[in-house]
Design a protein around this ligand. Structure first.
Ligand code: PLP
Length: 454
């Protein structure tokens, strides 16, 4: 069967699926019509949009979510990868209910932040000191400023397809063509100190480090939004050696990988130590306001206003809600549980590794090029000519205009939900059952059978 034949099948299938979707999701459609009048594109965040309109979810429990029409889905997105123990574990809700009864936001130093910081310093490798933020974006922003202050250098290197949130200096080379500002309203002049390199390319990183005084390389140990692509060979270790050699800091953005690949995140999983680590999502214990950055004390001390009373001599960090009791108590409950239940990682990582092997085999059998990527539970499925090793390949080697859209809708109608409809990248919890892992595989299997049937 030729690609053109498959493309035709996909178009037909999409029309048929759309009819089923309209029937099943009437209330979502009504909400979407209302939402479109009061929110741009009718959504809170573009990545949550689905064609022809999103499902509106009103409830979640463990690995399931329910939409406003009462349809149940297995969730493979889990609050953007936040809920590694499933949605709303009871013990976390109880801990939060207790602390909230004493005040929702104290606005002063509190014991909960101290206890959580102490725990993080034990669980996250090399994290001698930490500061909390309200999001992963913010944590990256402050970490970059700190790295620049510490090294007294201006340049930062980031990876093509790397997603560190919407902060100016890192909001570049996220999507094709991987050049220039990633947003309107972001002047090119703001990006003159931002350099970009492909993931899994040590030589490119070295060329840049040789030529420019680089404060830090920011890299996700496994590319997340770039397609769940893991490091090949010694890539991370080589970056470590290079940054030592050229006097730059190595910053791991572990907003996704932190507490997911292992309790100590990508650093522990890959055995490579960064100078600074950026945390988000899981670190907030499932509540809004999730972010932190930390690492070597010698670097973190540049935030210390007692050591550096002159504001211009230190690096700034702060915010109204930082260190609030809800995040501190929820995060601590989750991280403590994870650190005590290492067996969860062994089980979940091996289930998803097997999933990726099975899907690779399935794709070969079907005869349509598709490939999995990932590490631990993070899993990508790519309809590309060969297995992609970086974000550029994820996009440039695609052989279909829109197979991902059709698959997403197909899955939604079968009670399988994930983001995004342009990229199959799953961030499941550590507690998804074997049956739930299988459900994704069988959904993919029947979809591929459908679009290749004569
Ligand atoms: C690796 C990575 N860094 C940073 C961010 C930004 O975090 P937030 O959305 O909490 O600002 C994200 C969000 O998805 C992420 O995946």
């Amino acid at each position: 069967m030729s690609y053109a034949d498959v493309e035709r099948k996909l178009e037909e299938l999409y029309k048929q699926l759309e009819r089923g979707y309209l029937e099943r999701t009437r209330r979502s459609r009504e909400l979407y019509e209302r939402a479109s009048k009061v929110m741009p594109a009718g959504v809170t965040y573009a990545i949550r949009y689905f064609r022809p309109y999103p499902v509106f979810i009103e409830r979640a429990s463990v690995t399931r979510v329910w939409d406003v029409d009462g349809n149940e889905y297995v969730d493979y997105w889990m609050g953007h990868g936040t809920h590694v123990l499933g949605h709303s574990p009871r013990f976390v809700l109880e801990a939060v209910a207790e602390v909230v009864g004493r005040g929702t936001h104290l606005g002063y130093e509190n014991p909960y932040a101290v206890e959580y910081a102490e725990l993080l310093s034990k669980v996250v490798p090399g994290l001698e000191m930490v500061r909390f933020t309200n999001s992963g974006t913010e944590a990256n922003m402050y970490a970059l400023r700190l790295a620049r202050a510490y090294t007294r250098r201006k340049y930062v290197v980031k990876v093509e397809g790397g997603w560190h949130g919407g902060y100016d200096a890192l909001h570049v080379a996220v999507s094709p063509p991987f050049t220039g500002p990633e947003s309107a309203g972001l002047p090119e002049e703001y990006l003159v100190y931002t350099l970009t390199v492909p993931f899994n390319d040590v030589e490119a990183a070295e060329r840049v480090l040789k030529r420019y005084p680089v404060a830090a390389i920011f890299v996700e140990p496994v590319l997340g939004a770039g397609g769940c692509i893991g490091p090949v060979g010694n890539y991370l270790k080589d970056l470590r050696d290079l940054t030592y050699a050229y006097g730059s800091l190595l910053v791991f953005d572990e907003v996704i990988t932190g507490f997911r690949l292992a309790p100590g995140g990508g650093q522990e999983y890959f055995g490579v130590r960064a100078d600074l680590v950026v945390l988000g999502k899981v670190v907030g214990g499932g509540f809004a306001g999730a972010g932190a950055f930390g690492g070597r004390a010698e670097v973190m001390e540049l935030l210390d206003h007692l050591k550096y009373p002159d504001p211009r001599a230190r690096s700034f960090h702060g915010g109204t809600f930082v260190g609030n009791p809800v995040n501190m108590v929820a995060g601590r409950a989750v991280v403590e549980y994870l650190a005590k239940h290492r067996e969860l990682y062994e089980k979940a990582n091996s289930l998803w590794e097997a999933f990726r092997r099975d899907v690779d085999r399935l794709c070969q059998e079907v005869g349509l090029p598709c490939w999995t990527t990932g590490a631990g539970t993070m899993s990508g499925v790519h309809f590309t000519r060969v297995r992609p090793r970086n974000a550029r390949e994820v996009h440039e080697l695609r052989w279909s205009r829109g197979i991902e859209h059709v698959l997403n809708l197909y899955a939604r109608l079968r009670g399988v939900l994930y983001v995004s409809e342009r990229l199959v990248h799953l961030l499941p919890s550590l507690v998804h059952s074997e049956e739930e892992v299988r459900l994704f595989r069988t959904t993919l299997e029947s979809f591929l059978a459908e679009i290749t049937k004569k």
